[in-house]
Design a protein around this ligand. Structure first.
Ligand code: SD4
Length: 327
């Protein structure tokens, strides 16, 4: 088994070399990287505020724990934070005053779980994980997702804080729907991690756009849009105006760039540029930002506009950095 696998690598690499493929070495590196070898753990999350989430994730990664446990623990931090108005408890409601939540997880085996349009449950990321682990499905939505969550013992809660209710009351005076770049307190968490065993996992959780239409679902619970993980290549999560990311399957697009040999930084830059070329008008008006990790533990982050930052933790110290931007 060992022998034949090595021979497969040798033959594949030799074939690539003989065909004179220009990205021979990056392909070779990717082929070599298929196994879950020992790694230095790393976790990266969208938005600087989520430094508390990378710290929580590190609490697991730093002890040699599982990347999926780490990203779930990370996402649960803003979900429970009443001051985070884009995620879980305290999230701003839709235009009818309902908080509707979207979340997903993806593991190193390419398995995924997701919930969308879920109400009354503080930790949608954990419900998404249960969907992945306990059902034959990938995604549950609305009333069905709520029924499932309750059946799994998640408590039904009122997630509308006084601050969020007041913001909604104020919004109703003009009822003007205009998402603003970086002003709308975008804090949606997209979090991806690699653990010491080399496993890549990711999670994403949001209350979506403030004052959206009732029933609106964004990119965050859609596998390939708000999150994509391929353990052989890398993991990407996105934030910003979900409609743009949904149309372009942003996370999948960036992972595929890495598969073709791009570094995580180059991959997210290429993805953002391609999306901008396709939707220049919407991109000029709205922010989107990506974070990425590859199998080698390298990271990348990039956005359309200035103002997108991210939190990253390696070696136990979470730091916040400003991402590069296109415009
Ligand atoms: C959405 N992508 O529902 C989310 C919003 C977001 O920080 O990222 N906010 O479209």
């Amino acid at each position: 088994m060992q022998f034949s696998r090595r021979r497969f690598f040798q033959q594949t690499l030799l074939g690539a070399a003989l065909t004179g493929s220009s990205d021979f070495w990056s392909r070779a590196a990717n082929l070599m990287d298929h196994s879950n070898q020992k790694r230095s753990p790393v976790v990266i999350a969208t938005w600087g505020q989520n430094i508390k989430a990378t710290d929580a994730a590190w609490g697991i990664l730093g002890k040699g724990g599982y990347a999926l446990d780490a990203v779930e623990a990370g996402a649960r931090v803003p979900e429970a934070d009443p001051n985070d108005t884009s995620v879980g408890y305290g999230g701003f409601p839709d235009r009818d005053g309902n908080i509707t939540l979207d979340a997903c997880v993806m593991d190193e085996h390419g398995m995924a779980g997701s919930v969308s349009f879920l109400q009354h449950i503080m930790h949608p990321v954990s419900v998404a994980r249960q969907v992945m682990e306990k059902t034959p499905h990938v995604m549950l939505t609305g009333e069905g997702a709520l029924q499932f969550a309750l059946s799994q013992g998640f408590p039904r809660e009122n997630l509308l804080t006084e601050t969020a209710r007041k913001a909604w009351e104020e919004w109703k005076i003009k009822s003007e729907y205009k998402p603003k770049i970086n002003v709308e307190r975008h804090d949606t968490i997209g979090i991806v991690a690699q653990d010491a065993a080399g496993r890549l996992c990711g999670a994403c959780s949001t209350s979506g756009l403030a004052f959206k239409m009732h029933g609106r679902v964004g990119d965050s619970p859609i596998i390939g849009a708000g999150l994509y993980v391929d353990n052989e290549v890398g993991a990407v999560s996105c934030t910003g105006l979900g409609e743009i990311v949904l149309r372009s399957l942003g996370a999948f697009l960036a992972v595929e760039e890495m598969r073709r040999g791009a570094s995580p930084q180059k991959a997210v830059e290429t993805a953002i540029k391609r999306i901008y070329q396709k939707y220049p008008a919407q991109c000029k008006e709205n922010q989107i930002g990506f974070v990425a990790l590859d199998k080698k533990g390298r990271h990348g982050a990039y956005s359309v506009h200035t103002g997108f930052n991210y939190a990253i933790c390696r070696d136990g110290k979470s730091l916040v950095y400003e991402a590069g931007h296109l415009l």
